[in-house]
Ligand binder design. Structure first.
Ligand code: AMP
Ligand code: GLY
Length: 426
């Protein structure tokens, strides 16, 4: 079976790696990265992710059984609609479904309709109205640009003035059309958890909960990033809490999407805040696999991934086998380029990956490319160094030993990935 994966990050490398461990014998990554270029059984196809015609033509000419779409951008531009119209089997929601990530006000309206627990909010297109609401609510308060902003569109403001500035920035074009509307919402406290569900639009199956580390600095300080590391599962998410998240959040959202006539086959990712009293509240939904969460979740998956993705794509998930997990835990430490999430350089030679990898360690490439035979850095997040083990202490130690073995100029990583669970067993 041949699978085509759209995207070029660590998430896509991890998906390719996992698919090739089961019934998939060939993967093509569009456009892929240095990791997917060197993975046995995987090739890169250098097309942009929004070249829907080129991707369809390749899939039809090369006997591709399934297309898996990684990033939100092509989903929000309608890649699934187009490929399905050409008769191609696709894992990924339609453009209408991708609005759950591509428009925060749309997602908020849907949550209200479905009775989903989330922070109270209002959306605005007028500066004065937004400022008056912020002043009335007081700080801390959260300002979000409505559209896709590569993870940079959220300001958790500690003062009213900061929130005002965030709205002014959005309305004066700092985020282009993504910022023409803003959502202002209550600031939640607690621990953030990512719960990803596979769905065929009819039923849902939850993956292991994961926790991302979004800030650049230790102890969750400094700027927000795409994610500096992740672990799975999350001990504070008990089986009872996970059941609640399924029944009170993920199932009602899928039912509401279906009631609106939206064809949603893919991942529904709930970014949750577990409040100090243990209540799950939705911070956001994403229409795709999380990155780096996926790198920590997939090594623990025992059920063949292709079976699950095909069952979602062909709308027969209810008949698929239950998802089984390997015992133990996994931890992914992201190594970045010096300066990320600000300006950084590319093209640094990377060495030591062979020494870092082992029976319990996989190095997923995020921002790398092959320059001739030489692997070089090619992005802000460079590698996702992932290890698994019986407990977090072991997995964290293995992951950091592997990180140490990898060498490139300007390697930066957080030293404390998994700090909340370091002493917790698997
Ligand atoms: P998002 O882009 O929606 O994932 O938001 C980025 C980050 O902002 C989240 O991961 C949270 O850390 C933070 N955030 C978003 N909404 C809230 C909220 N209502 N309360 C507190 N923090 C939030
Ligand atoms: N790790 C956060 C995300 O995938 O959006």
């Amino acid at each position: 079976m041949k699978v085509l994966i759209v995207g070029n990050g660590g998430r896509e490398h991890a998906l390719a790696w996992k698919l090739l461990q089961s019934e998939v014998d060939q993967v093509v990554c569009v456009p892929g990265n240095g990791g997917t270029a060197t993975l046995k059984g995987c090739n890169n196809l250098p097309l942009p992710v929004d070249d829907f015609q080129g991707i369809a033509q390749f899939a039809l000419n090369h006997g591709i059984s399934l297309v898996v779409v990684g990033p939100e951008l092509p989903l929000s531009l309608g890649i699934s609609d187009y490929l399905r119209s050409q008769g191609i089997t696709v894992f990924g929601p339609t453009q209408a479904g991708a609005q759950i990530e591509a428009s925060k006000s749309w997602a908020k309206d849907l949550m209200q309709l479905a009775g989903i627990p989330t922070a109270p909010s209002q959306s605005f297109t007028e500066l004065e109205a937004a400022k008056a609401y912020i002043q009335a609510q007081g700080a801390p308060i959260v300002v979000k640009v409505d559209g896709l902003a590569a993870g940079k569109g959220v300001t958790v403001a500690t003062t009213v003035e900061q929130a005002w500035t965030a709205v002014e920035d959005a309305f004066t074009g700092a985020f282009g059309i993504a910022g023409q509307r803003v959502v202002v919402e209550e600031c939640l406290t607690g621990q953030e958890v990512s719960v990803l569900a596979l769905t065929d639009g009819l039923s849902v199956r939850l993956l292991l909960p994961a926790q991302d580390h979004k800030r650049i600095g230790e102890a969750d300080t400094g700027a927000n990033t795409g994610g500096m590391g992740a672990y799975a599962p999350v001990p504070i998410v008990t089986p009872e809490l996970l059941d609640r998240i399924q029944q009170d959040i993920l199932e009602p959202v899928v039912a509401t999407l279906r009631a609106r006539g939206i064809d949603y086959r893919g991942v529904l990712y709930a970014g949750l805040m577990i409040t100090p009293s243990g209540e799950p509240r939705v911070i956001e939904f994403n229409c795709r696999f999380g990155d780096p969460e996926t790198q920590a979740i997939l090594p623990l998956l025992a059920t063949p991934l292709a079976t699950l993705l095909l069952a979602c794509s062909e709308q027969c998930l209810a008949a698929a086998p239950p998802i089984k997990w390997k015992p133990g835990v996994a931890v992914c430490v992201v190594t970045a380029a010096q300066g990320y999430p600000g300006a950084y350089t590319k093209g640094q030679v990377i060495a030591g990956i062979d020494q870092a990898e082992g029976p319990n360690v996989a190095v997923f490439h995020a921002g790398t490319k092959l320059q001739g035979q030489q692997l070089v850095t090619d992005g802000g997040r460079v590698l996702g160094v992932t290890a698994w083990g019986e407990n977090f202490e072991q997995a964290i130690a293995r992951s950091y030993a592997a990180v140490e073995a990898i060498l490139y100029e300007g390697k930066y990583y957080r030293q404390d990935i998994g700090y909340r669970v370091k002493t917790v067993g698997g």
